[in-house]
Design a protein around this ligand. Structure first.
Ligand code: CO8
Length: 260
């Protein structure tokens, strides 16, 4: 996979995607968004990937938002189209059939915070700063922020973050409930890899179906969510992985899942 603004590396079952525009603090322009969507479309069918880590290039930023310079002079229709393009790219990341970890190494502002919110888990460096500062530009979060953030932390806390436009520390975001772990900057990469390796050692089909149950279940009335959970659970009994998992337990050995 060859991209202008993204770097992709894979080691074993763990892929790492780096947003690579350090001169603009990895801001999201049209090229990055198109490449993110194309990347997600290509990677989703790769059988040899079990966890994706997304991070930002350089010391300073995960992603400092949408590219403010590129927004200048847009017409209302162009702005809506730009928002839709970003939402579609982030939906494709969210829908990947394996776990996606955001390793937030610095500023995650506006679209950067929204990109992190489309990942399954957020690990943040102690020096990371999150925020939705769109209102400081006379705009509103439009890459999914007004939708994913309240679903993650509740409406009242989301309103404060959106209306104030302020930057929040990683620790404050952990308190709010959307950052999983806060990690010393030098350890962020190791911790992300360690968590990725743990997840990659579990049953891949089980992770994919658990992700589906969690992500679509929260949108459903609980009775429908429970029915879906039971149906997905049943589907796992058609997989070789479940024989391997149960067999390994009985034989007192580690399972060797093939993702089948
Ligand atoms: N877009 C474009 N360039 C950026 C961005 C950005 N979001 N953020 C930083 N840069 C550039 C700077 O312009 C600068 O470039 P140059 O050296 O050429 O002047 C370079 O990156 C380094 O940045 P700073 O010198 O500003 O670094 P500091 O350490 O002083 O400050 C900050 C870092 C605090 C992160 C600061 O750069 C900042 O406030 N950035 C903007 C953050 C922001 O407001 N993000 C939200 C953008 S809006 C959004 O994401 C969603 C709305 C999308 C709407 C789209 C509809 C069309």
């Amino acid at each position: 996979m060859n991209f202008e603004t993204l770097l992709y590396q894979q080691e074993g079952y763990i892929g790492t995607l780096t947003i690579n525009r350090p001169e603009a603090l990895n801001a999201l322009n049209e090229t990055v968004l198109k490449e993110l969507k194309s990347f997600a479309e290509q990677i989703r069918s790769h059988k040899d990937i079990r966890v994706l880590i997304i991070t930002g290039s350089g010391e300073k930023a995960f992603v400092a938002g949408a590219d403010i310079k590129a927004m200048q002079g847009m017409t209302p229709q162009e702005a809506t189209d730009f928002s839709t393009m970003a939402q579609t790219a982030f939906d494709s990341i969210e829908a990947l059939p394996f776990a996606v970890i955001a390793a937030v190494n610095g500023f995650a502002l506006g679209g950067g915070c929204e990109l992190a919110l489309s990942c399954d888990l957020i690990l943040a460096s102690e020096k990371a700063k999150f925020g939705l500062p769109e209102v400081t530009l006379g705009l509103l979060p439009c890459f999914g922020g007004t939708q994913r953030l309240p679903r993650a932390i509740g409406l009242y806390k989301a309103r404060e973050m959106v209306f104030s436009g302020e930057f929040y520390s990683a620790e404050a975001c952990k308190e709010l409930g959307f950052v999983n772990r806060v990690i010393a900057p030098a350890e962020l990469w190791n911790e992300a890899r360690k968590l990725a390796a743990t997840i990659a050692s579990r049953g891949p089909v089980a992770i994919a179906k658990a992700k589906q149950s969690l992500n679509t279940g929260v949108e459903l009335p609980i009775t429908e969510g429970l029915q879906q959970e039971a149906a997905l659970f049943g589907e796992l009994f058609d997989t070789k992985d479940h024989h391997e998992g149960i067999g390994a337990f009985i034989e007192k050995r580690n399972p060797d899942f093939k993702g089948e």
